[in-house]
Design a binder for this molecule. Structure first.
Ligand code: BES
Ligand code: MN
Ligand code: ZN
Length: 494
């Protein structure tokens, strides 16, 4: 799909669909005199409004076929909801909704008219995200459901040069989020840890990042007993990937580490998961997918801060050599862990990756992991769970999350919760009790991050949607990518 800024007057735009936004309760703005393309239609919209058929409700749309006086084949109005509530979030979804709703109707080219340049980046992202489908492995994709060829954005009265940068950013970030979705959507027989490492290596080579991949022997030598303990039950060997971005002018000593959980399949191990729904555990590498894709966007957008993306990747399986409940492993940090449940594997591989990141100079860490089912019980599917050992850092991150149009909700990390992690035989157990499962998981990670400023994002309930939205296909969402990129772009040196 080609994305561009439309420069000809909108009534001359030669697209299959020319789209205007209309807001609720704005009879006048529905047909503003300044939009000749709309006013040419002789009261069409006013008629629809009058009949109550179209109210401007968010994402609601209607169309006029072969309208008078304009070149486009269709004139479409889409509801923007209440004007005072309209933001980049709605613009992103409107663009995605248009792509998904118009594609099966034979529309191949769309021109979206926006009133200001503020939402151009978000609209570009939304169009790119809306175009993604989880149909790679279907041999007969829906017949008329061909791809949209081009999506243009017009902002009458604003110079194109001012909008192109925003559009370009939107394309890069939307494509990155779709890269995550591609990786997460890969079936677990095909995307084994080795393939994930290959994808990271190829991406790094193409986009000019240094990429280092530790293999099993190297990790053994370093002493990553926690990561290797999880990996030992699989015939597919583990890797630890590091992708390094160094800015041209390194303006400070800060070094951001992004760490993503890369369990390419989570059976639970000997503490095996129930069969029902286990196929979804291919998305247990969604954090890894987000980090690899964010690193690509960072390589393209070149923020001023140094960023390294780390991905510990393993398969949590159960062959004759699999880790047992009761095993005690020694982590890279030197701390020992009693593995009480082999299904709490994410924190084990992350522990070693976090220690590795701090030893390689990370001054700030953000990890993303599909870590606990409990996070969905606590927050549902709309907010990532956020945990930190540094309130100031989380405050900065939250403004990046908001600017990126994502959502994260902080959960508490009082010292009392740490006491849920008591092992009779080792320094730490890998699980707490039944309660506060997401918090004890976070506390486990914190034991390896302290005192480095650190944020943990539990994305187990947000990285995958079972029900598609009008603007987004069902399946992997690519959550956290936009927040990661925004954090790097907005970096304030402390
Ligand atoms: N990968 C799972 C968490 C998960 C659950 C992700 C559902 C996506 C959807 C993780 O490795 C896991 O199994 N966690 C356990 C922890 C428990 C053993 C303390 C869980 O949440 O049940
Ligand atoms: Mn697990
Ligand atoms: Zn897992």
């Amino acid at each position: 799909m080609q994305l561009y800024i439309e420069t000809v007057p909108v009534e001359q735009a030669a697209s299959d669909a020319l789209v205007f936004l209309c807001f609720e309760r704005e009879e006048k703005a529905a047909e503003p005199v300044s939009d000749p393309a709309l006013t040419l239609q002789d009261g069409w919209l006013a008629g629809l409004r009058g009949s109550g058929e179209f109210t401007g409700k968010l994402y609601d749309w209607c169309q006029l076929y072969r309208p008078a006086g304009i070149v486009a084949k269709r004139l479409i109005v889409i509801g923007g909801g209440k004007r005072e509530k309209f933001s980049a979030v709605e613009a992103r979804r409107i663009a995605g909704t248009l792509v998904r709703a118009l594609r099966p109707k034979g529309v191949r080219t769309i021109t979206l008219v926006l009133e200001s340049g503020d939402a151009v980046q978000a609209a570009a992202e939304g169009a790119v995200l809306g175009a993604w489908e989880a149909d790679k492995y279907k041999s007969d994709p829906k017949k008329n459901d061909k791809a949209i060829d081009s999506f243009a954005i017009a902002v009458p009265g604003t110079e194109a040069a001012k909008l192109i940068l925003a559009l370009e950013r939107g394309r890069i970030i939307g494509d990155a989020q779709n890269l995550t979705r591609d990786l997460v959507n890969e079936p677990p027989n095909l995307l084994i840890p080795e393939k994930l490492a290959e994808a990271a290596r190829e991406m790094s080579a193409t986009f000019g990042l240094e990429c280092q991949v530790l293999d099993k022997a190297e990790m053994k030598k370093l002493g990553m007993g926690a990561l290797l303990g999880v990996a030992q039950g699989s015939d597919n060997p583990p890797f630890l990937i590091a992708m390094k971005y160094v800015p041209a002018e390194d303006s400070g000593k800060d070094h951001l580490a992004l760490i993503g959980k890369g369990v390419t399949f989570d059976t639970g191990g000997i503490s095996i998961k129930p069969a029902d729904g286990m196929e979804k555990m291919k998305y247990d590498m969604a954090g890894a997918g987000a980090v690899i894709a964010a690193m690509r966007a960072i390589a393209q957008l070149k923020p001023k801060v140094r960023v390294t993306g780390y991905v510990p990747t393993v398969e949590n399986m159960l062959n004759g050599n699999a880790q047992r409940p009761g095993d005690i492993v020694t982590t890279l940090s030197g701390k020992t862990v009693e593995v009480l449940n082999t299904d709490a594997e994410g924190r084990l591989i992350l522990a070693d990756a976090i220690t590795y990141a701090t030893r390689n100079g990370a001054t700030h860490i953000v990890d993303a992991a599909t870590l606990t089912g409990a996070i969905g019980i606590a927050l549902g599917h709309h907010n990532m769970g956020a945990f930190t050992n540094d309130e100031e850092f989380l405050k900065r991150f939250q403004s990046a999350v908001r600017a990126a149009g994502e959502k994260a909700w902080q959960l508490p990390m009082d010292e009392e919760y740490k006491d849920y992690l008591k092992s009779a035989f080792a320094d730490l157990p890998n699980i707490g009790g039944r309660h506060g499962g997401s918090i004890t998981a976070a506390w486990f990670l914190r034991e390896f991050a302290d005192p480095t400023p650190w944020i943990h994002l539990d994305i187990a309930a947000t990285a995958w949607i079972d029900d598609g939205k009008a603007w987004l296909s069902k399946g992997p969402t690519g959550v956290a990518v936009r927040s990661f990129v925004q954090l790097a772009l907005d970096w304030n040196f402390v």
